[in-house]
Design a protein around this ligand. Structure first.
Ligand SMILES: *Cc1c(COP(=O)(O)O)cnc(C)c1O
Length: 387
């Protein structure tokens, strides 16, 4: 009876950031140092991030969204250009295309992976296609080889790696699978700096251009100016830039978080496998795909409720789990069904049946680094009890 009471009072969040005294100490040090905007901590964060993702260039920015915008601007994407994006993703993947005055071209996703469907990419390519933004949704890398195989030469590949810190595909980490990539450190992702992002690229000239563009287009950085010998020297500005600089407070926090990333993913991997084996018997609940060709970063554990065999509707299941203290969420949005895109481009739900299916039937269940064995047992118990 006692057991039962604690079980019903348990509250399991869909996601919680794992931060502690080390992050506090690092940020404190940064505040007391007197250098609080982009500086030595950001530089150290970028260096470690680049090393861990085996890419030559990493640039910290204010979010994954501004990082994607920077990437498109750096590649010169503008009016008249088409940019291919999946229809099932966070809205930012589409918004950044419009920030550049270019046209987002939606492509359907494969409900087995939640990722962009290369066959539909092939159908949507035109002579105006300038770039594609494959999304590594929930930490599972998109099938980059299959995507490349259907793209004409010269189409830029931009990874939306918001959920993919630490993920890999056929031996290559996310961040080096295209021309440029953007990661997120929003608290909902595996490591966080409050808000924040990281842009990576394999191209040195693009890195140099984006480095300037994130700092108003200035030819020399604040640090160079501050520490240089010529006090009269102001930077030259030869391009339109933005202020997308990360603060050194966030850089300091990010450095500590990054040191924990491997451990976070290993722990998530272990519990993801646990869910898969414990929930195997529920034939109405499909488990996420565990890739053989690389590493899933498990930003989220997203299941699919089969409407034909589930004991209740997906939404009723979510409500019942909520009553027992288990938070769940739909995976993400079918962007073509959101008011702004639906109206502006005259889109119908059926235009992208895979994305529509994903939005209607996916259900993320709790998986993060602030859960213990009893929490996982409770989630499994609640799901089994629904039958
Ligand atoms: C979270 C997320 C973003 C946005 O990241 P921010 O850092 O909040 O800008 C973009 N794309 C995808 C797929 C995401 O999950």
């Amino acid at each position: 009876m006692n057991d039962r009471t604690t079980m019903t009072e348990r509250k399991i969040h869909i996601s919680l950031p794992s931060t502690g005294e080390e992050e506090c100490e690092a940020v404190r040090e940064s505040i007391l140092s007197g250098w609080v905007t982009q500086g030595p901590k950001v530089a150290a964060f970028e260096k470690l991030f680049a090393e861990m993702h085996q890419v030559p260039h990493a640039l910290a920015v204010t979010s994954c969204t501004t990082g994607l915008h920077l990437a498109l601007a750096g590649l010169g994407v503008g009016p008249g250009d088409e940019v291919i994006i999946p229809a099932f993703t966070w809205i930012a993947t589409a918004n950044v295309v419009l920030y550049c005055g270019a046209t987002p071209v939606f492509v359907d996703v494969d409900p087995a992976t939640n990722n962009i469907d290369p066959e539909d990419v092939a159908r949507k390519v035109t002579e105006r296609t300038k770039a594609i933004i494959p999304v590594h949704l929930f930490g599972l890398c998109a099938d980059m080889d299959a995507i490349r195989a259907v793209l004409p030469d010269g189409v830029h590949v931009i990874e939306d790696a918001a959920c993919a810190s630490g993920a890999s595909y056929k031996g290559t980490p996310a961040g080096g699978l295209g021309d440029v990539a953007s990661f997120s450190f929003h608290p909902r992702k595996s490591i966080t700096t409050g808000e924040g992002g990281m842009v990576t690229t394999v191209h040195p000239e693009l890195a140099e251009k984006m480095d300037k563009m994130r700092n108003h287009g200035a030819e020399i950085s604040e640090e160079q100016r501050h520490h240089g010998p010529s006090p009269w020297r102001l930077p030259e500005f030869n391009m339109l830039g933005f202020n997308y600089r990360m603060t050194d407070l966030q850089g300091a926090m990010g450095l500590v978080q990054l040191g924990k990333l491997e451990g976070f993913i290993e722990e998530r991997q272990k519990w993801a496998e646990h869910y898969c084996s414990e929930l195997e018997g529920l034939d109405w609940l499909q488990m996420p795909r565990i890739p053989a060709e690389g590493r899933h970063a498990w930003q989220a554990f997203v299941t699919r409720v089969d409407p034909a065999s589930a004991p209740h509707t997906r939404n009723d299941i979510m409500a019942k789990l909520n009553d027992r203290g288990v938070a769940t969420r739909p995976g993400t949005h079918a962007v073509h069904e959101l008011g702004f895109y639906r109206e502006r481009f005259g889109l119908e739900p059926d235009d992208f049946p895979g994305a529509h299916d994903c939005a209607a039937n996916t259900m993320a269940i709790p998986l993060h680094n602030r859960m213990d064995a009893e929490d996982y047992a409770h989630v499994v118990d609640c799901l089994r009890g629904l039958d």
